[in-house]
Design a protein around this ligand. Sequence first.
Ligand code: PCA
Length: 326
Amino acid sequence: MNTALRTALLGASALALASVPAQAEKWDMPLAYSASNYHSKNAAKFAETVKANSGGKIDIVTHAGGSLFKGGEIFRAIRTGQAPIGERLISALGNESPLFEIDALPFLATSFGEALKLHKASLPVLQKILAKKRVRMLYAVPWPPQGLYNKKPVNSVADMKGVKFRAYNAATARLATLMGAIPTKIEAAELTQAFATGVAQSMISSGSTGYDRKIWEHVKYWYDTQAWLPKNMVIVNTKAWDGLDDAGRSAISKAAAAAEKAGWAEAQRLADWYKVQLAKNGMEVGPPSATLAKEFRALGNTMMAEWLKRAGDDGKAVIDAYKAMN
Ligand code: PCA
């Protein structure tokens, strides 16, 4: 190749490089739940919006179903910077702080309206705790109200004695123990296998997760106990966040606000639809018996008293702020 041609080619490729947006960021975003779930779809839409808002400079790629990091690994991965951004079930982080368990306390907030108030009341203290761990919450979206899945009919808590119970956080494990059931922690991504092999026979979760995992292949009953509405949150590593310019941070903040709004609306829209799908696939779906409802409330009171002891003044302050909103 003659020198003139080589110079021309090098010049052309340098020009091509220069036309790539300066410092385009590619961010991998681990998600624990299946790609078809509305939380994951909402995160994918959030990623698209960030890309559009940033003129292509911030390219977030979602990895659903625990494929990049498993649910139990996601918080640590983001805290340590292995992943800049990701989604995690807030109440599974009770070992980081009891405050994270506030949205999984039975019967504290049992409707979408109450859950939104609890979200607003708890957000400032949660952001403070997260900031100490070098993490920032961008948005949070609820799961529909939690109900009891079981292989056999449940008329009272006594029917749960010795049942192998799938827990997704410390609160559901504690509830199982209080019922006389035997808890095992299992991520949603591993649920189908756990029920198929008999490792789990029961759980408390929304119609959403039962639907995603085709739970009717293993379990016949779902009791609509409306016990609480836990939330997923999308969090970003503070160093990654601080590394963006103002325009980048604003692109993400705007997309996060839109995702939070859309996510709450979608959860609410789907809540009844999921119940219909469970019934259509042969499950018995209905309210708990008066006895079960009463016993559940009593267990909820025990758990609230236990939590208030662990969560101290910060916990009490959030509960008081929440109650003042009602
Ligand atoms: N589904 C998630 C958490 C709460 C819910 O409804 C799960 O079962 O893992």
